[in-house]
Ligand binder design. Sequence first.
Ligand code: NDP
Ligand code: MG
Length: 376
Amino acid sequence: MGSTGSIGVQTLDIARENPDRFEVRALTAHSNWQRLAAQAREFDADTAVIADEGCYAPLRDALADTDVKVFAGADAVAQVAAAGNVDTVVNALVGYAGLAPTVAAIEARKKLALANKESLVVGGAYVMPLARERKAPVLPIDSEHSAIFQCLVGERAPVRRLIVTCSGGAFRDLPREALADVTAAQALRHPQWQMGAKITIDSSTLVNKGFEVIEAHWLFGTPPERIDVVLHPQSIVHSMVEFEDGAIKAQLGTPDMRMPISFALLYPDRAHRPCERFDFLAHPQLTFAAVDRAKYPALDIAYDCLRRGGTAACTMNGANEVAVAAFLGGRCAWLDIVRTIEHALAHAAFVERPTLADYAEADAEARALAAAFLNQ
Ligand code: NDP
Ligand code: MG
């Protein structure tokens, strides 16, 4: 799901490299029907779904000479996540739109390889108990969480601390005073990773890192006070786990999302990947520093949302999605992103034990508050 995006395309790279291990059954996109049609053709998929109904006709026409079944609409996206001929679902959608397919895949007892961290940020309190009840494995694709997961393989002793590393995003080396004037083009230049636009902006504000703390809590059951974030500009140590005896395990490697994607897909096996051998001598310095919490208030806001529980993180996410879209469209300043989140959190209703319907309402309210705040 989300096969035309950054994670989606790299997932298909893994499928292409391992034709004996994978059959691609269903592919979904939002509006990029051209790329979706080409992928469905190459991988001989059964089904292609385009979320934007306006793109149905061109997609259908582009695949008219094939056996690929074509559907459109958000409901169809969630439906293929539960399709009978699928055993593993890769959720690489962006934002709140990923929640319904995550729930649908888990309800149908699929193995879920999860890149869409927003599913857990918004609804982790709903999603993870459901996954346990349905015995549906949720395997992280996010590199930090994949690193933690890899460090935990074979361990049964309790964890003292998770140490989530952080590259610092596009403005790591910029002084706080300069942040008022930064542009979307500057924010899109991530120092280490080539990713979709939304997560690249989230990395520049550290909203992404805040979301990853929440994601780590839901995936590994670790309380917020045992999850630390440390700045690591080289992005070689992907994250670490400290145990009660003081031992620390880290997972290292060149930044390449195909590693965590293939681990999620093939666990407990590993892919044979034709990548270059990591050269430690080319990386003689791995450095670590504290995050500047005043420069990046989003991190503490996310911790706060995690502690508050309920719909708080859902509100943060909805407001962030609206503000990031506005910033990318040149309709607000970079500093307005966090201001919008703060405004929405201050004014939104709070539901302590939300149902799925409550999340939908909280998301809609956060978007409305954010749009009004930004005069959109
Ligand atoms: P992209 O923007 O590159 O791709 C998003 C994909 O989802 C595209 O296929 C897009 O279709 C589709 N899509 C977007 N909105 C909707 C919608 N409303 N309904 C249905 N489909 C939709 O994103 P990324 O691949 O960068 O990120 C995907 C997820 O993975 C995010 O949650 C991100 O935080 C997470 N992630 C990404 C990393 C990366 O390296 N990229 C690293 C770690 C996590 P279309 O192409 O038609 O617009
Ligand atoms: Mg990450």
